[in-house]
Ligand binder design. Structure first.
Ligand SMILES: [Zn+2]
Length: 211
Protein backbone atom coordinates (compact mmCIF):
# COMPACT_ATOMS: atom_id res chain seq x y z
CA UNK A 1 0.00 0.00 0.00
CA UNK A 2 1.23 3.47 -0.66
CA UNK A 3 0.71 6.45 1.56
CA UNK A 4 -0.28 9.88 0.24
CA UNK A 5 1.85 12.38 2.12
CA UNK A 6 0.53 15.40 0.31
CA UNK A 7 -0.25 17.20 -2.87
CA UNK A 8 3.19 16.52 -4.29
CA UNK A 9 2.66 12.74 -4.13
CA UNK A 10 -0.63 13.21 -5.88
CA UNK A 11 1.09 15.23 -8.60
CA UNK A 12 3.78 12.60 -9.12
CA UNK A 13 1.15 9.86 -9.30
CA UNK A 14 -0.84 11.97 -11.76
CA UNK A 15 2.22 12.44 -14.00
CA UNK A 16 2.96 8.71 -14.05
CA UNK A 17 -0.69 7.87 -14.55
CA UNK A 18 -0.80 10.28 -17.48
CA UNK A 19 2.19 8.59 -19.11
CA UNK A 20 0.62 5.19 -18.55
CA UNK A 21 -2.78 6.22 -19.89
CA UNK A 22 -1.15 7.85 -22.93
CA UNK A 23 0.81 4.68 -23.67
CA UNK A 24 -2.32 2.53 -23.33
CA UNK A 25 -4.37 4.84 -25.52
CA UNK A 26 -1.62 5.42 -28.05
CA UNK A 27 -1.72 9.13 -27.36
CA UNK A 28 1.58 10.86 -27.93
CA UNK A 29 0.92 13.97 -25.87
CA UNK A 30 -1.96 14.63 -23.57
CA UNK A 31 -0.44 17.01 -21.05
CA UNK A 32 -3.11 19.61 -21.67
CA UNK A 33 -5.93 17.15 -21.30
CA UNK A 34 -4.80 15.57 -18.05
CA UNK A 35 -6.02 17.56 -15.08
CA UNK A 36 -6.43 16.53 -11.44
CA UNK A 37 -10.18 16.27 -12.09
CA UNK A 38 -9.53 13.99 -15.03
CA UNK A 39 -7.20 11.81 -13.00
CA UNK A 40 -9.88 11.60 -10.30
CA UNK A 41 -12.43 10.48 -12.87
CA UNK A 42 -10.08 7.93 -14.41
CA UNK A 43 -9.55 6.49 -10.92
CA UNK A 44 -13.30 6.30 -10.40
CA UNK A 45 -14.11 4.69 -13.73
CA UNK A 46 -11.15 2.43 -14.13
CA UNK A 47 -7.82 2.73 -15.80
CA UNK A 48 -9.11 1.44 -19.12
CA UNK A 49 -11.69 4.17 -19.55
CA UNK A 50 -11.24 6.42 -22.55
CA UNK A 51 -9.86 9.86 -21.60
CA UNK A 52 -12.22 11.35 -24.16
CA UNK A 53 -15.23 9.92 -22.32
CA UNK A 54 -13.77 10.72 -18.95
CA UNK A 55 -13.18 14.37 -19.69
CA UNK A 56 -16.85 15.26 -19.79
CA UNK A 57 -16.40 18.95 -19.18
CA UNK A 58 -15.28 20.75 -22.32
CA UNK A 59 -13.58 24.13 -22.32
CA UNK A 60 -11.78 24.10 -25.63
CA UNK A 61 -9.14 26.36 -27.11
CA UNK A 62 -9.28 24.65 -30.50
CA UNK A 63 -10.48 26.59 -33.54
CA UNK A 64 -11.88 23.39 -35.05
CA UNK A 65 -14.37 23.15 -32.18
CA UNK A 66 -16.10 26.30 -33.44
CA UNK A 67 -18.94 26.38 -35.99
CA UNK A 68 -17.17 25.90 -39.38
CA UNK A 69 -17.95 29.43 -40.57
CA UNK A 70 -16.80 31.00 -37.30
CA UNK A 71 -13.69 28.82 -37.42
CA UNK A 72 -12.95 30.24 -40.88
CA UNK A 73 -13.39 33.82 -39.64
CA UNK A 74 -11.27 33.11 -36.58
CA UNK A 75 -8.45 31.67 -38.71
CA UNK A 76 -8.65 34.62 -41.11
CA UNK A 77 -8.45 36.98 -38.11
CA UNK A 78 -5.35 35.18 -36.78
CA UNK A 79 -3.70 35.18 -40.22
CA UNK A 80 -4.34 38.88 -40.71
CA UNK A 81 -3.11 39.67 -37.20
CA UNK A 82 0.10 37.82 -37.85
CA UNK A 83 0.52 39.51 -41.27
CA UNK A 84 0.13 42.88 -39.55
CA UNK A 85 2.66 41.92 -36.86
CA UNK A 86 0.25 41.25 -33.99
CA UNK A 87 0.62 38.18 -31.84
CA UNK A 88 -2.70 36.86 -30.54
CA UNK A 89 -3.48 33.86 -28.37
CA UNK A 90 -6.84 32.07 -28.36
CA UNK A 91 -7.83 31.39 -24.75
CA UNK A 92 -11.27 29.84 -25.26
CA UNK A 93 -13.52 28.66 -28.09
CA UNK A 94 -16.26 26.13 -27.39
CA UNK A 95 -17.47 25.53 -23.84
CA UNK A 96 -20.10 22.92 -23.01
CA UNK A 97 -22.85 23.64 -20.50
CA UNK A 98 -21.10 21.87 -17.65
CA UNK A 99 -17.98 23.92 -18.15
CA UNK A 100 -20.04 27.11 -18.44
CA UNK A 101 -21.86 26.27 -15.18
CA UNK A 102 -18.49 25.80 -13.51
CA UNK A 103 -17.31 29.20 -14.77
CA UNK A 104 -20.56 30.85 -13.68
CA UNK A 105 -20.14 29.42 -10.18
CA UNK A 106 -16.70 31.02 -9.88
CA UNK A 107 -17.00 34.15 -7.73
CA UNK A 108 -20.59 33.24 -6.81
CA UNK A 109 -20.89 29.85 -5.12
CA UNK A 110 -17.21 28.98 -5.61
CA UNK A 111 -14.06 30.95 -4.79
CA UNK A 112 -12.42 33.29 -7.28
CA UNK A 113 -13.46 36.40 -9.14
CA UNK A 114 -16.52 36.56 -11.38
CA UNK A 115 -15.46 35.79 -14.95
CA UNK A 116 -18.76 35.47 -16.79
CA UNK A 117 -22.31 36.76 -16.62
CA UNK A 118 -23.66 33.89 -18.68
CA UNK A 119 -25.23 30.82 -17.13
CA UNK A 120 -25.05 27.42 -18.85
CA UNK A 121 -26.61 27.62 -22.33
CA UNK A 122 -26.63 31.41 -22.16
CA UNK A 123 -23.13 31.97 -23.50
CA UNK A 124 -22.31 32.28 -27.20
CA UNK A 125 -19.40 29.95 -26.48
CA UNK A 126 -21.92 27.18 -25.74
CA UNK A 127 -23.14 27.50 -29.35
CA UNK A 128 -19.64 27.40 -30.88
CA UNK A 129 -19.91 30.89 -32.33
CA UNK A 130 -17.59 32.83 -29.98
CA UNK A 131 -13.97 32.82 -28.96
CA UNK A 132 -11.80 34.74 -26.49
CA UNK A 133 -8.30 35.99 -27.11
CA UNK A 134 -5.47 37.81 -25.43
CA UNK A 135 -2.99 39.90 -27.44
CA UNK A 136 0.70 39.31 -26.76
CA UNK A 137 3.45 41.90 -26.60
CA UNK A 138 6.99 40.46 -26.81
CA UNK A 139 5.41 37.05 -26.16
CA UNK A 140 3.66 38.13 -22.95
CA UNK A 141 -0.14 38.32 -22.60
CA UNK A 142 -1.48 41.86 -22.29
CA UNK A 143 -4.43 41.56 -19.90
CA UNK A 144 -4.41 45.24 -19.00
CA UNK A 145 -6.65 47.81 -20.56
CA UNK A 146 -4.87 50.98 -19.50
CA UNK A 147 -3.99 53.55 -22.10
CA UNK A 148 -5.52 56.10 -24.44
CA UNK A 149 -6.75 53.67 -27.07
CA UNK A 150 -6.22 54.37 -30.75
CA UNK A 151 -4.18 57.57 -31.03
CA UNK A 152 -1.88 56.90 -34.02
CA UNK A 153 1.08 57.68 -31.81
CA UNK A 154 3.64 54.88 -32.25
CA UNK A 155 5.68 56.23 -29.33
CA UNK A 156 3.22 54.97 -26.71
CA UNK A 157 2.61 51.55 -28.30
CA UNK A 158 4.74 49.80 -25.68
CA UNK A 159 2.58 50.99 -22.80
CA UNK A 160 -0.83 51.59 -24.36
CA UNK A 161 -2.60 48.28 -23.71
CA UNK A 162 -6.01 49.58 -24.72
CA UNK A 163 -4.64 50.62 -28.10
CA UNK A 164 -3.35 47.09 -28.69
CA UNK A 165 -6.82 45.66 -27.95
CA UNK A 166 -8.38 48.17 -30.34
CA UNK A 167 -5.85 47.40 -33.06
CA UNK A 168 -6.50 43.65 -33.02
CA UNK A 169 -10.26 44.25 -32.67
CA UNK A 170 -10.17 46.40 -35.81
CA UNK A 171 -8.72 43.43 -37.70
CA UNK A 172 -11.41 41.12 -36.27
CA UNK A 173 -14.15 43.50 -37.34
CA UNK A 174 -12.66 43.83 -40.81
CA UNK A 175 -13.11 40.06 -41.34
CA UNK A 176 -16.74 40.24 -40.19
CA UNK A 177 -16.53 39.42 -36.49
CA UNK A 178 -18.41 41.25 -33.75
CA UNK A 179 -16.31 42.58 -30.87
CA UNK A 180 -17.74 42.52 -27.34
CA UNK A 181 -15.49 45.50 -26.58
CA UNK A 182 -18.08 47.57 -28.48
CA UNK A 183 -20.98 46.38 -26.34
CA UNK A 184 -22.70 48.91 -24.09
CA UNK A 185 -23.42 46.37 -21.34
CA UNK A 186 -21.16 43.48 -20.30
CA UNK A 187 -18.37 44.98 -22.39
CA UNK A 188 -15.70 42.32 -22.79
CA UNK A 189 -12.50 43.14 -24.67
CA UNK A 190 -11.40 39.52 -25.04
CA UNK A 191 -14.58 38.25 -26.67
CA UNK A 192 -15.34 37.95 -30.40
CA UNK A 193 -18.25 36.27 -32.13
CA UNK A 194 -20.26 35.73 -35.29
CA UNK A 195 -23.93 34.96 -34.67
CA UNK A 196 -25.38 35.46 -38.14
CA UNK A 197 -28.04 37.73 -36.64
CA UNK A 198 -29.46 34.93 -34.48
CA UNK A 199 -30.25 35.26 -30.78
CA UNK A 200 -29.36 32.83 -27.98
CA UNK A 201 -33.03 31.79 -27.97
CA UNK A 202 -32.76 31.00 -31.70
CA UNK A 203 -29.75 28.77 -31.07
CA UNK A 204 -31.53 27.11 -28.14
CA UNK A 205 -34.49 26.30 -30.40
CA UNK A 206 -32.17 24.58 -32.85
CA UNK A 207 -31.76 27.33 -35.44
CA UNK A 208 -28.40 27.81 -37.06
CA UNK A 209 -27.33 30.46 -39.53
CA UNK A 210 -26.75 29.63 -43.18
CA UNK A 211 -23.70 31.06 -44.94
ZN1 LIG B 1 -16.06 35.05 -24.53
Amino acid sequence: MCSFSGLFDFFIIAVYLEKWVCRRMGIRQATEAITPLLVQQIMKRGLNSNPQEVNEMVNSRKIKDLHPHVATLCQRFLDECSAAGYDVLITSTYRDNESQAELYAQGRTKPGRIVTNAQAGKSWHNWRVAFDIVPLRHGKPVWGTLGNGIDNNPKDDEIDDLELWHQVAAIAKSVGLEWAGDWKTFRELAHFQYTGGLTLADFASGKIFVV
